[in-house]
Design a protein around this ligand. Structure first.
Ligand code: ATP
Ligand code: MG
Ligand code: FE
Length: 332
């Protein structure tokens, strides 16, 4: 099947075309308007989606060399995400499907992050473990089949992406903080400073404590040394990043041992982090894992991943009706 997919859950407006399981185009318009505010402003996100969606869809069809009449279905992100943002993609997809008289497919954004591993070779073998790390989620997911997944552990408070973004903000780095912190960390010593992280039972996480730990650490240091942050920026970034990565991987190692699974993947925006990507390679050697790391364009939000999820749903005739509405808290 040839499917047009739309992603509009947060602050990227994206459209992609998949045909026979091959992603032919993946156009992403990142909304710059939020930079002014240091975070995503929901109302502005909805408006920007409305402005971007037609050009982005047009571009996706053109790049894929596909016309509307070639399409067999239209897919969109139903959730999780911001309600107003999701509504734009959902309404657009519904009208498009209705106008062309083709099926509509509703996709779960978190399943899609995980299925991004089926866009390019090599693809993981089932069952595999996927550490999904993004702006709103931190989960260890047992993936039994394309559309059969179970969350075995997750954060009990903040997502790890939030920990990256908030610490970056405290350090005065521009929004979005995660990628900037990553870049700065590359020049620092990861063992320069120690930060405590909460230990949760099972395969669960807690990342809210590290924000406070960094806040107090900076307050105490700058009291005696006003230029502390400027003089130690790279070391602080490297140390925070190192702490977050070690915490993430500790539970992943535990889950891999307990479940006896050596197929291990990462997904979501934070899987673009260079420290995490490197650490996963190191763990692969140490624990004899086969690891899967998405290409950069499929880490942060994109419609390519929605398209590949829709491809598998199409094969199962998992279609939505015109009555479907967005679900901001949709679960796996
Ligand atoms: P969710 O998928 O949970 O709904 P989201 O869609 O907003 O949330 P993504 O687009 O998947 O999240 O990921 C965005 C997050 O990834 C942000 O927190 C961002 O800072 C983080 N991120 C992106 N690149 C990097 C990087 N190189 N290092 C660390 N964090 C990064
Ligand atoms: Mg984003
Ligand atoms: Fe996402």
């Amino acid at each position: 099947p040839t499917i047009l997919a739309i992603e509009s859950s947060c602050d990227e407006t994206s459209a992609a075309v998949v045909s026979g399981g091959k992603v032919l185009s993946n156009i992403v318009a990142t909304q710059a308007v939020h930079e002014l505010y240091g975070g995503v402003v929901p109302e502005l996100a909805s408006r920007a989606h409305q402005q971007n969606i037609i050009p982005v869809v047009t571009q996706a069809l053109r790049t894929a060399n596909v016309t509307k009449s070639d399409l067999n279905a239209v897919a969109f992100t139903r959730g999780p995400g911001l309600l107003g943002a999701l509504l734009v993609g959902c309404s657009f997809a519904k009208s498009f499907a209705l106008g062309l008289n083709i099926p509509l497919i509703e996709v779960n954004h978190m399943q899609a992050h995980i299925l991004a591993h089926f866009i390019d070779e090599p693809t993981p073998q089932f069952p595999y473990l996927c550490l999904t790390v993004s702006g709103g989620h931190t989960q260890i997911v047992l993936v039994k089949d394309h559309l059969d997944m179970e969350v075995v552990g997750q954060t009990t408070d903040d997502a790890v992406g939030e920990a990256f973004d908030k610490t970056a903000k405290m350090l005065g780095l521009p929004y979005p903080g995660g990628p900037m912190l990553d870049k700065t960390a590359a020049k620092g010593n990861p063992d320069a400073f120690q930060f405590p992280v909460g230990n949760m039972p099972g395969y669960n996480y807690s990342f809210s404590g590290i924000k406070t730990a960094v806040l107090y650490f900076l307050r105490d240091k700058t009291k005696v040394q006003p230029d502390f942050v400027q003089e130690n920026l790279a070391d602080i970034c490297a140390s925070v990043q190192n702490t977050l990565i070690k915490t993430l991987l500790k539970k992943l190692v535990q889950a891999s041992k307990d479940l006896g699974i050596k197929e291990v993947a990462i997904a979501g925006g934070v899987s673009a982090n260079s420290g995490l990507r490197q650490a996963l390679q190191d763990y692969a050697r140490k624990y004899n894992w086969n690891v899967y790391i998405p290409a950069f364009q499929y880490c942060t939000d994109n419609a390519g991943m929605i398209a590949i999820a829709a491809h598998y749903q199409y094969l199962k005739k998992d279609f939505a009706t015109q009555y479907v509405s967005p679900e901001p808290r949709l679960k796996i």
